[in-house]
Design a protein around this ligand. Structure first.
Ligand SMILES: [Zn+2]
Length: 52
C-alpha cells in the first residue's frame, strides 16, 4: 500500500481513485502513517470496497 500526502497538507491518501490523490509535490510512505490525518474519502472508499 502506498500512502501519499501533499507537502503542505496533513492528510494521507492511499486510494489512487481518490479525487484528492496527490500526483505532484507529495511525500510517500509504504507503511500506515503514524502522524497526520487519514483522508475521509479514502476511508469511505475502503469501507465500500472501492479503494483502488
Ligand atoms: Zn483520499
Amino acid at each position: 500500500m502506498e500512502y501519499r500526502k501533499k507537502k503542505w497538507s496533513d492528510t494521507w491518501h492511499w486510494c489512487k481513485n481518490c479525487s484528492n490523490w496527490p500526483t505532484s509535490d507529495y511525500d510517500v510512505r509504504y507503511t500506515k502513517p503514524t502522524s497526520g490525518e487519514l483522508c475521509n474519502q479514502c476511508k469511505s472508499k475502503e469501507k465500500d470496497g472501492e479503494c483502488k
